[in-house]
Ligand binder design. Structure first.
Ligand code: FMN
Length: 168
């Protein structure tokens, strides 16, 4: 059964936006109706059956606009299927699962969402924004570690769960 799905993302340097786009593409391929939007551009989630929320991680935190999104829509999200992801680790650390920041974990609990899955990120001199990012984007950290297969496999898994479990 086709479901209406929102993929909402928070990004600073664009890597998480592309991950959200790839998730949206995979869900569309599976026949779902999908909007992929920056969290800041989402007015309401009421029209969606399911919502996927993803944020870039900076200094172990989610982007503030992603936390605001979860808090603002928590009641509506708690009555929908929700999946979370975050994008961060690069280079030698690319496979290290990141723990959810405490605030995000509390909100996930309130919403009834599983812990966020970690996707590797991208840090490179061309996309680096800000002094710290440009300083970090050198050597083996200056790399695009995004694993498109892992991302589309996860989205595919969600598409099958959407088809069978539409009660929440
Ligand atoms: C200043 C800075 C701090 C970062 N802190 C973390 C971190 O705590 N954990 C992590 O996994 N990745 C961290 N990263 C890596 C970013 O999360 C990664 O580059 C991500 O893909 C950026 O996403 P975006 O392009 O959507 O903003 C950091 C990057 C920068 C520049």
């Amino acid at each position: 059964m086709s479901r209406k799905v929102l993929v909402a993302y928070a990004t600073k340097m664009g890597a998480t936006a592309s991950i959200a786009g790839a998730i949206g593409e995979e869900l569309r391929r599976a026949g779902h109706q999908v909007d992929v939007l920056d969290v800041a551009d989402v007015k309401a989630v009421s029209e969606y059956d399911a919502v996927i929320v993803g944020s870039a991680i900076y200094l172990r935190r989610w982007r503030p606009e992603a936390v605001t999104f979860l808090r603002k829509h928590a009641d509506q999200l708690s009555t929908r299927q929700v999946w979370l992801f975050h994008s961060g680790p690069v280079g030698p650390d690319k496979d290290e699962a990141q723990t959810m920041p405490r605030k995000v974990a509390r909100l996930a609990d309130r919403i009834g969402a599983e812990p966020a899955v970690t996707f590797a990120g991208r840090l490179d001199p061309d996309s680096a924004k800000g002094f710290l990012a440009r300083r970090l984007a050198t050597g083996d950290l200056a790399v695009d570690s995004r694993d498109w297969k892992k991302i589309t496999d996860w989205a595919h898994q969600i598409s099958t769960e959407l088809a069978v479990n539409s009660d929440k």
